[in-house]
Design a protein around this ligand. Structure first.
Ligand SMILES: *[C@@H]1O[C@H](CO)[C@@H](O)[C@H](O)[C@H]1NC(C)=O
Ligand SMILES: *[C@@H]1O[C@H](CO)[C@@H](O)[C@H](O)[C@H]1NC(C)=O
Length: 138
């Protein structure tokens, strides 16, 4: 009986430590790392990348500097522009993943086959100055 209790205690401790390390892994401070994570989440919503724009360039495992990824422009080490116009991207996208790109000022997604979650437009970063979304295929 006592042994079971100590095993349970150990398990509880392991879970606690795991939970602590998981929550420590979430970086609440915006940085180029959170920018990269946001772009990767955005990429996951693209169902068909016919021109292999993202699949050949947005590869965090090979190159974790999103400033060098196709269509991404940085300033002072943060993502400030995203231009994926005319990329033949197909997908149903929501803007929620981009909410953490707090330095984003330009977003261009025109001439793709994207279906938008219009509610999520409210999630776009506050500093956004230019938005181009003339989407085909709606
Ligand atoms: C992606 O698009 C290409 C060209 O339109 C098409 O041939 C292919 O079947 C599509 N793939 C998927 C998985 O939808
Ligand atoms: C659309 O966006 C809203 C707000 O960002 C979100 O709560 C909702 O789950 C999204 N809907 C779909 C179908 O993804």
């Amino acid at each position: 009986m006592e042994r079971i209790t100590s095993i349970q205690l150990t398990l509880a401790l392991v879970f606690l430590v795991l939970q602590l390390s998981v929550s420590a892994g979430i970086d609440p401070h915006p940085s180029i790392r959170t920018d990269a994570a946001a772009l990767v989440m955005f990429k996951k919503m693209i169902q068909n990348d016919t021109n292999r724009v993202l699949s050949s360039s947005w590869l965090p495992s090979k190159n974790n500097n999103p400033c060098t990824w196709y269509g991404v422009t940085c300033s002072l080490g943060r993502v400030t522009q995203l231009d994926l116009s005319n990329c033949n991207l197909v997908g149903a996208i929501s803007f929620d993943p981009l909410a953490s790109l707090d330095m984003l000022s330009v977003l261009k997604l025109s001439s793709n086959l994207l279906t938008l979650n219009s509610t999520s437009l409210l999630q776009l970063p506050f500093g956004l100055k230019q938005l181009e979304l003339s989407l085909a295929g709606l």
